[in-house]
Design a protein around this ligand. Structure first.
Ligand code: RUB
Ligand code: MG
Length: 389
């Protein structure tokens, strides 16, 4: 059984030669042969399957992996190779993890579990990120969250830079937000998820997630690239039993350059270790994008795979009502449209901003042009005026 990795490679030397060097370096070899141990190389050395037109495919024997140790797996398929000399570009495009999958549990909470909790089945989820991203007190954060929930939103999350700072301690913030969300639920008739950001170092993160659960959290958020894939896995397997909203801050350092790891690989690992939602980018929005990577990541999260529950793609980064259609045309309803500035920046405030997002989704479902739909929908009309069309 082999774990197959596909790389985009540009190098000074012939591709075939470079591919062999990578296969050796990442499995049993080094820069020169080690004659005494040739049988080890025969048995466990990685093999180049093909090397042409900038694409290198390498098979790694499953035995060289520790199956449930994601840091170790990455040290093989995405380790020292990026630092080898003579390379102009090296990007890990895809990994077929098939021989390792039986060791992974996947999400405890998938799309259908979250839909059931919210009672929302026929539209995308609509969410927000509290803004300003840092600086609000627990009380003020809870007030903004309440407005968002009163606007009917399904999900509210902390921004990635907010964890447990002195100006907004996590426990106090969580308690205050959940209290307001309970009150809003009584008015709106539907719960709202709050993904409290428990991202922290290895010594703290599981404990923080457990404490969040004790204090009544209904979702937690983890930044998977800064905290590590194993942080999400540890929370998922600790029996905390909460859906996990996975953010990907720092991904651009991996996904944008000549050297790096593609978003689809990150999406696969996130589903294996048990995320419920994952940010994978927008078809229209403020962040740089690679359309084919978004297409692939979306399918990796949602399509049938090894009995893992499907995950929600989080569509975020400069989203506002005018960009709803451009994204839903590609995502369909199984996604989370998540707008920070595009909700709180509405001239009439957060509740109106939330309503304008709902109206844009309704317009998309009815295939109505936004300016037409805005004639009878005030909040949407105000949003179109502020952000243009
Ligand atoms: C968006 C935001 C998120 C980005 C990250 O805020 O805070 O961190 O979505 O990008 P706003 P990505 O709606 O105000 O732009 O989702 O691509 O990882
Ligand atoms: Mg953010």
């Amino acid at each position: 059984m082999m774990v197959r990795a596909t790389y985009h490679v540009e190098a000074e030397a012939p591709l075939e030669k470079v591919a062999k060097e990578i296969a050796a370096e990442q499995s049993t070899g080094t820069w020169t042969d080690v004659p005494a141990e040739r049988d080890v190389h025969e048995k466990l050395g990685a093999r180049v399957v093909s090397a042409k037109e900038g694409t290198v495919v390498i098979d790694f024997p499953a035995e060289i992996f520790e199956p449930v140790n994601v840091p170790q797996i990455l040290s093989v398929v995405a380790g020292n190779l990026f630092g080898l000399g003579g390379l102009k570009a090296l990007r890990l495009e895809d990994v077929d993890f098939t021989p390792l999958l039986k060791h992974y549990k996947g999400p405890r909470f998938g799309i259908q579990d979250v839909r059931k909790y919210l009672g929302v089945y026929d539209r995308p989820l609509i969410g927000t990120i509290i803004k300003p991203k840092v600086g609000l007190s627990p009380k003020r954060t809870a007030e903004v969250a309440e407005q968002a929930a009163l606007g009917g939103l399904d999900l509210i999350k902390d921004d990635e830079t907010l964890t447990d700072q002195a100006f907004c301690p996590l426990e106090e913030r969580l308690t205050a937000v959940m209290d307001k969300l309970d009150k809003a639920e009584a008015v709106v008739g539907k719960p709202c998820l709050y993904a409290v950001n428990v991202t922290a170092g290895a010594d703290k993160i599981v404990e923080r997630a457990e404490r969040a659960k004790e204090l009544g959290a209904n979702m937690i958020m983890v930044d998977i690239l800064t905290a590590g894939f194993s942080a999400v896995q540890a929370i998922n397997e600790a029996g905390i039993n909460l859906p996990i909203h996975v953010h990907r801050t720092m991904h651009g350092a991996l996904t944008r350059g000549a050297f790096g790891i593609s978003m689809p690989v990150i999406a696969k690992l996130t589903r294996m270790v048990g995320g419920t939602n994952l940010h994978i980018g927008t078809y229209s929005g403020k962040m740089e994008r690679n359309i084919s990577d978004i297409d692939r990541s979306r399918d990796i999260l949602r399509e049938p795979w090894n009995d893992f529950k499907p995950m929600f793609p989080a569509v975020s980064g400069g989203i506002y009502p005018q960009l709803v259609k451009a994204n839903l045309d590609h995502y369909g309803i199984d996604c989370i449209l998540q707008a920070g500035g595009g909700i709180h920046g509405h001239p009439e405030g957060t509740i109106a901003g939330a309503k304008a997002m709902f109206q844009a989704v309704e317009a998309w479902k009815k295939q109505a042009p936004l300016p037409e739909y805005a004639k009878a929908h005030h909040e949407l009309a105000v949003a179109l005026k502020k952000w243009g069309h």
